[in-house]
Write a protein that binds this ligand. Structure first.
Ligand code: ARG
Length: 267
């Protein structure tokens, strides 16, 4: 025989209601998380720009902010894609590897590299490039006190020469100076800021892109450009091999429009 205790029964049904409500809330929370994470997939909303912020006038850090010609252009490219721009700052030689391995890589560290990158055939093997957006030469930056002037590689005789790791400056040095000109020594660096501080003390010249050399000489009265090295390099924005995110058509279109409207010249 079943004994019923009304108070106990009421207690049981309250428990059932509470359990049901808790389960319902849990389901709702889970569902809302699912839609939230689907709606704001950061890979789709944001264009992650890789750059090395040691290279005025193209990219330079001002506290939390990164500014420069490349940042302006890549901002326009992000706009054209309907994506926000986020910046990832790293050593120059880490940039192209951060694009990942094209279509097989679902989570590359960066989506596009905007860092005064010269288009070269070797780099074309590991990344895809936008149309050219700037032409530059190399230069020799030196300390004023050294009285150095440069017209050809032999002017580097007896000097200690440095260049940024993984750049076309390093390539030029290896092809034209290393084991050809009797220099005092050479080294590569990753940190431009440190290299600039040591210039004139620990070494005599930095090989780097002309526009950056000019910018450093302009902002530091102890530095001067000793001369230009004609290399006629073309800069491009780099994306992963095969352009799996279809960034390049928008990038090239944005570049073309900016050129036609005169906005490029203003920047
Ligand atoms: N144009 C040179 C190269 O592609 C140097 C670029 C260095 N850029 C930088 N943000 N540090 O190798």
């Amino acid at each position: 025989m079943r004994h019923t205790n009304p108070r106990k029964d009421r207690g049981r049904s309250y428990l059932a209601i509470i359990a049901g409500a808790v389960a319902l809330i849990a389901v709702l929370i889970a569902a809302s998380f699912m839609t939230v994470s689907r709606a704001s997939d950061p890979r789709k909303d944001t264009l992650i720009v890789g750059t090395s912020t040691d290279f005025p006038p193209f990219e330079r850090r001002f506290g939390e902010e990164v500014r420069g010609f490349d940042m302006d252009l890549c901002g326009k490219i992000a706009d054209a894609l309907g994506r926000k721009m986020a910046i990832r700052d790293m050593a120059f030689d880490a940039l192209l590897p951060s694009l990942g391995r094209g279509a097989t890589d679902k989570k590359p560290l960066v989506d596009i590299v905007c860092s005064a990158v010269t288009k070269t055939s070797a780099r074309d093997e590991v990344a895809d490039f936008s149309s050219a957006y700037f032409t530059a030469n190399q230069a020799v930056l030196t300390a004023k006190g050294l009285g150095l002037s440069y017209t050809s590689p032999k002017d580097l005789t007896g000097l200690f020469i440095v260049y940024q790791e993984g750049t076309t400056s390093q390539e030029w040095f290896e092809k034209n100076v290393r084991e050809k000109i009797p220099i005092k020594g050479h080294a590569s660096f990753k940190e431009m800021r440190l290299a600039l501080q040591r210039l004139g003390k620990d070494f005599d010249g930095i090989i780097l892109d002309g526009p950056a050399a000019q910018a450093f000489a302009k902002s530091n009265e102890n530095l001067v450009v000793a001369g230009t090295i004609q290399t006629g390099e073309e800069y491009g924005f780099a994306v992963a091999e095969g352009d799996p995110q279809h960034i390049l058509p928008a990038a090239n279109e944005a570049l073309k429009k900016m050129r036609e409207s005169g906005e490029y010249d203003v920047l």
